[in-house]
Design a protein around this ligand. Structure first.
Ligand code: ACO
Length: 429
């Protein structure tokens, strides 16, 4: 591979260094282009821009490969847990038994919210979207942590990371209970991460939720599969905020906002709403597929397509198998699953989807599992946010650990008016 790429602009040649990643990915380093040639690169939506070098997650979208710290997602889904995978992402390698126990202890010790935070929950109307509550409360909880604003300290990072991961789960469950006008259920230190979340969501003060191991496993798997996905919209947002040296909680609150949109984390909610509407209209999916292909309306087949995967999303395959399993265990027959399967079957044979390389993504089946567990639709993206937390933490840490990180500050090509002058209000037309 050549070590430099040559760019010719206005008859002048500029040599640009070529960077090659550990999996052979090639990048042309344009850092000096503006200084040397007076030009920037333009890449709408950053679709072909590497914003950083990262050692956390590898994706080959053409082949449908996803690896955390080199380990295939299929192996982690089969053998690991969400908390162990979080350690892998954050610290760079699988934890020893002792390291895992220490991190789990830290999660348990930090699972409670400051009692005064109860008053913040009371300020939200019952109709508040849980993502709005989640983002606000993550930011608010930073106010209850002396030392957080002192800046990044690698010595204290374990505690900060565990606090964020643990408190996010408690905030999410409290937000759900608040939306239903139900009393908050406090965490149980004897429960592991996912079981504790289900307990805080579904137990009542007079009766503990019946924790089925299969349900706990399914939720843990959903968290694990969402744990990181390299430079997606929310993770890039987290890195962007981190680059200004904001604290971890502020970065995570920003990540939640970025994740909320229906083209990103909000897609799992949009999938279920789409399936429900297809079901209500008595369609088996055929009519909807025709609408999704028709450019005269803005309908899309939600849960299909991905900026990076131009092949089956490996997470979708794992989730689909888990979906069949959990519905069987819970003895649920969900007509939405039949519609989803029919949509997939039609789309995978349809030239519109084939030619554009549109395949099911992780959101296509995850909503059906969450519905079966009893998680309401507007909590779906919150579940995604809890799962994505280790990825955001790992990316935050990577930014902070870099000796030379500069503030992220993209350029633009200005297309507005050229010099115009201020007109006093009385003279304007
Ligand atoms: N249904 C119908 N057509 C689609 C779909 C879809 N789900 N996705 C893309 N297309 C079409 C576009 O209309 C476009 O067609 P054209 O070339 O004729 O104009 C072509 O495929 C390329 O689409 P883009 O929007 O340019 O692709 P992009 O990479 O920008 O978008 C995205 C990716 C946002 C995921 C898109 O596929 C989409 O909107 N999917 C549905 C929403 C969704 O499931 N999001 C979850 C993503 S996964 C995640 O965030 C965890």
């Amino acid at each position: 591979m050549a070590k430099t790429a040559i760019l010719e602009l206005d008859g002048k040649k500029h040599a640009l260094p070529v960077v090659v990643g550990s999996e052979g990915e090639v990048g042309v380093d344009i850092t000096s282009l503006r200084r040397d040639a007076g030009a920037i690169t333009l890449d709408d939506g950053y679709a072909n821009t590497g914003s950083c070098s990262s050692a956390i997650t590898f994706i080959d979208g053409e082949k449908g490969i996803l690896r955390y710290r080199g380990i295939p997602i299929e192996e982690l889904a089969e053998n690991s847990t969400f908390v162990e995978t979080a350690c892998l992402l954050i610290y760079g390698k699988l934890p020893t038994r002792k390291q895992l126990a220490n991190f789990s202890d830290l999660l348990t010790k930090n699972e409670m919210l400051h009692e005064d935070m109860k008053y913040h929950f009371e300020g939200f109307p019952p109709s508040a979207h849980p993502m709005a509550i989640l983002s606000s409360m993550i930011n608010a909880s930073s106010c209850f942590q002396p030392g957080l604003l002192e800046g990044y300290n690698p010595e204290k990072f374990d505690l900060q990371a565990a606090r964020l991961m643990s408190k996010v789960r408690t905030i999410a469950a409290f937000a759900y209970r608040k939306s239903l006008g139900l009393p908050a259920i406090y965490p149980k230190p004897t429960y592991k991460y996912s079981a504790n979340f289900l307990h805080m969501m579904f137990s009542e003060p007079y009766q503990d939720y019946d924790l089925k191991p299969e349900v706990v496993k399914a939720l843990d798997l959903i968290f694990l599969l969402h744990a990181d996905h390299e430079q997606n919209c929310s993770t890039s947002t987290v890195r962007m905020i981190a680059s200004s040296r904001s604290n971890l909680f502020a970065c995570a609150a920003g990540g939640v906002c970025a994740l909320w949109g229906p083209l990103h984390g909000g897609a799992n909610q949009a999938v279920i709403e789409m399936l429900e509407s297809i079901h209500r209209e008595g369609d088996d999916g055929t009519r909807f597929i025709a609408q999704a292909k028709d450019k005269s309306n803005n309908k899309r087949l939600m849960g299909f397509g991905h900026r990076v995967y131009k092949n089956y999303d490996p997470r979708a395959r794992i989730i689909k198998a888990q979906c069949d399993k959990i519905l069987k265990v819970m003895k649920i027959s969900d007509p939405l699953l039949d519609i989803a399967q029919k949509l997939e079957e039609i789309a995978l044979k349809d030239d519109y989807f084939i030619s554009r390389k549109l395949y099911p993504n992780v959101d296509f089946y995850s909503g059906i599992i969450m519905r079966a567990i009893g998680i309401p639709v507007d909590m779906f993206t919150v579940i995604f946010a809890i799962g994505r937390m280790p990825g955001w933490i790992a990316n935050y840490k990577e930014v902070m650990d870099e000796a030379t990180t500069r503030i992220y500050r993209p350029r633009q090509i200005y297309t507005g008016p050229t010099l115009t002058h201020y007109v006093p209000i009385g003279e304007r037309k």
